[in-house]
Design a protein around this ligand. Structure first.
Ligand code: ADP
Ligand code: MG
Ligand code: ZN
Length: 478
C-alpha cells in the first residue's frame, strides 16, 4: 500500500517597516529612488561610521510583537552576523540572535472552518541588504545601496503548518495585522513582505520531523502555493526511492515551476555571530510597553464585529471591506459624512471591486476620497441623478477623484424631474412607435421596454426610470 505523507511547514517572514528613515542612519527608506541616492557613510559601510538606532523601529517591532501575542524582551540587543556578499557593504549584517525583541507568540488562523494557532518562535529586528543588478549584456553586476539599512523584522514561526492553505491563511493574517498597525504595507510583489518556506515531509502518524529544505524567492501567494506543492512532491519522490532529503536552501523559479539548490544549509556558527559592539542594549520599560499597547489601533477582528453592530451591515460586506485597512478607512469616513453605511458599502463591494479587478489593482491602490464617495451617495439618495448616471460618475471618481457635484453640474447630468417636459417626450415616443404601444395594450409587457429605452435616450439618460415607466403606462392606457 502506498505510504501517506504529511507536510510540515515553518515560515521565516521578513517585513520592511514603514519608517521614513533607515534603521541606523537618517537616509530615506523610500522605494525606487535613483540608484545610490539614499545612502551615506553608515549604510554604505564606510570604515569609522557608527550606527544610531531609530527608535521608531523598536516601536513598530513592539507593536507587531504585542499584536501577535508575543512576550517582549525587556533587555534586548543586536548581534553581528558576518558574511561577505557585495550587497552587504559592511561584510556583516546587524541583526539579533541571542536576545530577539519578541518571542513565544501566536496568531490564530482559520482554514475550512477550523481554527488553529500558529505559534511564533521569535521575532527580531535587522537591517536589509542592498540590491544587486546583474547586467545580462555587459557581463557585469551593479549594486544599489538604497535598500541597505532599511529596517526589517523577521518573524519566525514554529513548524505548525500542514498545507499551502494554512500557510496562506497565516501570511494573510500576519499581513492584515501589520497593515492595520501601519507598521508596513506588506506588498509581496514589491518585496516589503517576503516569506521563506521551510518544508519537510514525514510519514503520516509519525512524530519525528523529516529533514527540511528552505525555499526562497517566493513573491506571490500563488508562487508560494505552487512551490509548496512542488517541493512536497520532490521530497516524497526522494524518500520513495530510498534517498535522503538534503538540508539546503533552494530557489523557486515560478516560471519553470521548479526549484534548484542554492547552497547547503548554513548554521549559526558559520556566521560567527557576536554582540554588536557599536550599539548599546535596548532597555524596554513597562511604561514604554503600556504606551505602545494604548496606541494599538483597532485590529480587523474587532472592526469586523463593530461594523456589523454599529452600522448594521451584513457580515459578508464587513469581511470584504475590512480585508483592506485602506478600504475600511474609506468606508468609515464616507459613512460618517453621509450617514448611509449600506449605500457606501454597496459602492465599495460592487463598482469598486469591479474596477479594481479591471485595472488589475489592489484595494490598497484606491485613490479616491471618502468625501467624493459620500457626495455621490447623497446625489443618488436625493434623486438628483439616476443610477446609470451615478455609475458613470463613479468611474470618474475612481479614476480621477472628481467632485461629483461639480462633475454633474458641468456635464448637465442632473435628473430631469420636470414632469411637463417628460410628458412632451413621452407623447412623441408613443406617437412615433404606434406598433409598440399597440403591442403593450394587447398585453405584451415586453413592448414597454423599447419605449422606455427610446424615452431615456431622448432625455439623454437623465430621466428617472421609475417615473418614466409609470408615466408611460398611464399615457398608453389613456
Ligand atoms: P535555522 O536557525 O537553521 O534557520 P530554525 O530552527 O530557526 O533553523 O528554523 C527555521 C524555520 O524552519 C522555522 O520557521 C521553523 O519552524 C522551520 N523548521 C524547523 N524544522 C523544520 C522541519 N523539520 N520541517 C519544516 N520546517 C521546519
Ligand atoms: Mg533561519
Ligand atoms: Zn544612510
Amino acid at each position: 500500500m502506498a505510504k501517506m505523507y504529511e507536510t510540515v511547514i515553518g515560515l521565516e517572514v521578513h517585513v520592511e517597516l514603514a519608517t521614513k528613515t533607515k534603521i541606523f542612519c537618517s537616509c530615506s527608506t523610500e522605494f525606487g529612488g535613483a540608484p545610490n541616492t539614499h545612502t551615506c557613510p553608515v549604510c554604505t559601510g564606510m570604515p569609522g561610521s557608527l550606527p544610531v538606532l531609530n527608535k521608531k523601529v523598536v516601536e513598530y517591532a513592539m507593536a507587531i510583537g504585542l499584536a501577535t501575542n508575543c512576550d517582549i524582551t525587556r533587555v534586548c540587543k543586536f548581534d553581528r552576523k558576518n558574511y561577505f556578499y557585495p550587497d552587504n557593504p559592511q561584510n556583516y549584517q546587524i541583526s539579533q540572535l541571542y536576545l530577539p525583541i519578541a518571542s513565544k507568540g501566536y496568531v490564530e488562523i482559520e482554514v475550512g472552518g477550523r481554527k488553529k494557532k500558529v505559534r511564533i518562535h521569535e521575532m527580531h529586528m535587522e537591517e536589509d541588504a542592498g540590491k544587486l543588478i546583474h547586467d545580462e549584456w555587459d557581463d557585469t553586476s551593479l549594486v544599489d545601496y538604497n535598500r541597505s539599512g532599511v529596517p526589517l523584522v523577521e518573524i519566525v514561526s514554529e513548524p505548525d503548518m500542514r498545507s499551502a492553505e494554512e500557510v496562506i491563511a497565516y501570511l494573510e493574517k500576519l499581513r492584515m495585522i501589520i497593515q492595520y498597525l501601519g507598521a508596513s504595507d506588506c506588498k509581496l510583489q514589491e518585496g516589503s513582505m517576503r516569506a521563506d518556506v521551510n518544508l519537510s515531509v514525514r510519514e503520516a502518524g509519525t512524530e519525528e520531523f523529516g529533514t527540511r529544505t528552505e525555499m526562497k524567492n517566493l513573491n506571490s501567494f500563488k508562487a508560494i502555493a505552487r512551490a509548496i506543492e512542488g517541493e512536497r512532491e520532490r521530497q516524497i519522490e526522494l524518500l520513495e526511492e530510498g534517498k535522503a532529503v538534503v538540508q539546503e536552501t533552494r530557489r523557486w523559479d515560478d516560471n519553470k515551476e521548479s526549484s534548484y539548490a542554492m547552497r547547503s544549509k548554513e548554521d549559526a556558527q558559520d556566521y560567527r555571530y557576536f554582540p554588536e559592539p557599536d550599539l548599546v542594549p535596548i532597555v524596554i520599560s513597562d511604561e514604554w510597553i503600556e504606551q505602545i499597547r494604548k496606541k494599538q489601533p483597532e485590529l480587523r477582528t474587532e472592526k469586523l464585529k463593530r461594523y456589523q453592530k454599529e452600522f448594521d451591515i451584513p457580515q459578508y460586506d464587513a469581511e470584504i471591506i475590512t480585508a483592506s485597512k485602506h478600504m475600511a478607512d474609506i468606508f468609515e469616513a464616507a459613512t460618517r459624512i453621509c450617514g448611509k453605511p449600506k449605500k457606501v458599502s454597496n459602492w465599495l463591494m460592487v463598482e469598486t471591486l469591479r474596477l479594481l479587478k479591471d485595472h488589475n489593482m489592489e484595494p490598497e491602490d484606491i485613490t479616491f476620497s471618502p468625501e467624493n464617495l459620500a457626495k455621490l451617495v447623497e446625489l443618488t439618495e436625493s434623486k438628483a441623478i439616476n443610477s446609470s448616471v451615478a455609475k458613470e460618475v463613479f468611474e470618474k471618481i475612481f479614476s480621477e477623484d472628481v467632485d461629483p457635484e461639480v462633475y454633474v453640474e458641468e456635464h448637465g447630468l442632473k435628473m430631469v424631474n420636470d414632469e411637463g417636459a417628460l410628458e412632451e417626450v413621452l407623447k412623441k415616443v408613443i406617437a412615433d412607435n404606434p406598433q409598440a404601444a399597440e403591442d403593450y395594450r394587447g398585453g405584451k409587457e415586453k413592448a414597454l421596454g423599447a419605449l422606455v429605452g427610446q424615452t431615456m435616450k431622448a432625455m439623454k439618460g437623465k430621466a428617472d426610470p421609475g417615473l418614466v415607466n409609470r408615466k408611460l403606462r398611464e399615457m398608453i392606457n389613456e
